[in-house]
Design a protein around this ligand. Structure first.
Ligand SMILES: Nc1ncnc2c1ncn2[C@@H]1O[C@H](COP(=O)(O)OP(=O)(O)OP(=O)(O)O)[C@@H](O)[C@H]1O
Length: 294
C-alpha cells in the first residue's frame, strides 16, 4: 500500500519555478529519501503535500486521501519537522509541547518525557534561551510526540551535533520498526544512504531519478582506482559505462556501471602497478547524475 502518492505536482511561485511535474510514491513501512541540493524543490514538495501551500496543478494523497480535502484529518496521523523551526520565545519547552499535544485526542505526556530523555532536552527551559540545535530537538519531539503513522522530516539534522544525529537516527529506526513510514529530505547523502530504503533525486524542480539505495550503492556501480606503469591517453578509457573519469599523471579513477568481466579484460591489456575496486559513495553516484545525465 502507498502511504504517499504524488501525481504530476507542479508549483510555480509567480513566474519562478518551484517544482515541475513531480510524481512519486512512498510505500507503507518505507524510509524514503528525498535528495537534492538547495533550491531543488524539496521543501516545496513537502509543503504542498502537507497543504501548507497549494499546488498550481497535480494532486497528492496521504493514506489514500486527497491532501487538500482531508488536510485536517491527515494532520492527526502525520508528524512533521520543518526545515526551520520558529517558536514564541517566551514559552517554556514543556508548555509548548503540551500545547502541541492538545491537538491530538490522546495523552502524549509519557511519550514527551521519553523523547526528551532520548534527545537530552531539559523541558523546563524557556524557548528564548535555546540554541538553534536545541530548538531543532524541540521540533523533533514536537513532531513525534503523538506517535504518528507517517513522519515527514525536512532537512532534519542541520544544527544537531554528530552524537545527537546518531541518537535521532536510532529513534527514527525504532519508530520505523514500530510501523511508521518516513519521508526524509536531505542534501547530505551519507545520512540518506545510512537510513533510507529508496530515494528520489530532485534537480531544478524535477525528479531525475528514483532508485533503491541498495541498487545505487551495491549493484550498479564500482569505483576503480588504478596506478599505471606509464601515462595513458584518456581515449583508452572512453568506454560505455565509464563516468567521472579523472586522470592525473599515472593515476586513473572512474565509476563503472556495466559488465565487470568486460572491464577486467580491458584492463588486462595495460600495465597496472596498483588497483582498488570499491563501492562508490552515494555522493559520487549523485554527482554523476547531476553532471552527466541531465
Ligand atoms: N515563497 C517562495 N517564493 C518564491 N520562490 C520560492 C518560494 N519558496 C521557494 N521558492 C523557489 O522554489 C525553488 C525550490 O525551493 P525549495 O525551498 O523547495 O527547495 P529545497 O530543495 O527545499 O531547498 P532548500 O534546502 O534550500 O530549502 C527555489 O528556486 C526557490 O527559490
Amino acid at each position: 500500500m502507498n502511504v504517499i502518492e504524488i501525481k504530476n505536482l507542479t508549483k510555480s511561485y509567480g513566474k519562478s519555478r518551484g517544482i515541475v511535474d513531480v510524481s512519486f510514491n512512498v510505500e507503507e513501512g518505507e524510509i524514503f529519501g528525498f535528495i537534492g541540493p538547495n533550491g531543488a524543490g524539496k521543501s516545496t514538495t513537502i509543503r504542498t503535500l502537507l497543504s501548507l501551500i497549494y499546488p498550481t496543478s497535480g494532486s497528492a494523497t496521504i493514506f489514500g486521501k486527497d491532501c487538500i480535502k482531508y488536510a485536517p484529518e491527515i494532520a492527526k496521523e502525520v508528524g512533521y519537522l520543518p526545515s526551520e523551526v520558529f517558536y514564541y520565545d517566551k514559552m517554556k519547552i514543556i508548555d509548548l509541547l503540551k500545547y502541541s499535544a492538545s491537538f491530538y485526542k490522546k495523552d502524549c505526556s509519557k511519550r514527551i518525557n521519553e523523547l526528551a530523555e532520548i534527545m537530552d532536552l531539559d523541558l523546563n527551559k524557556r524557548i528564548d534561551d535555546l540554541s538553534f540545535g536545541t530548538k531543532k530537538k524541540v521540533g523533533i519531539v514536537q513532531g513525534l510526540l503523538h506517535e504518528p503513522k507517517l513522519i515527514i522530516l525536512d532537512e532534519p539534522t542541520s544544527g544537531l551535533d554528530p552524537l545527537m544525529q546518531q541518537k535521532f537516527f536510532d529513534l527514527l529506526l525504532e519508530e520505523n520498526e514500530k510501523g511508521a513510514t518516513i519521508l526524509l529530505s536531505s542534501h547530505i547523502l551519507s545520512e540518506v544512504q545510512r537510513l533510507c530504503n529508496r530515494v528520489a533525486i530532485i534537480k531544478d524542480g524535477k525528479i531525475i531519478r528514483m532508485e533503491k539505495i541498495s541498487d545505487l550503492t551495491e549493484h550498479n556501480y564500482k569505483k576503480f582506482k588504478l596506478e599505471l606503469k606509464q601515462d595513458m591517453n584518456k581515449d583508452y578509457f572512453q568506454i560505455v559505462g565509464i563516468n567521472n573519469l579523472e586522470i592525473e599523471s599515472k593515476k586513473v579513477s572512474f565509476l563503472f556501471k556495466g559488465n565487470i568481466n568486460f572491464m577486467m579484460k580491458r584492463l588486462a591489456y595495460i600495465e597496472i602497478t596498483n588497483i582498488l575496486i570499491e563501492e562508490p559513495s552515494l555522493e559520487e553516484i549523485f554527482l554523476h547524475y547531476y553532471e552527466k545525465e541531465v
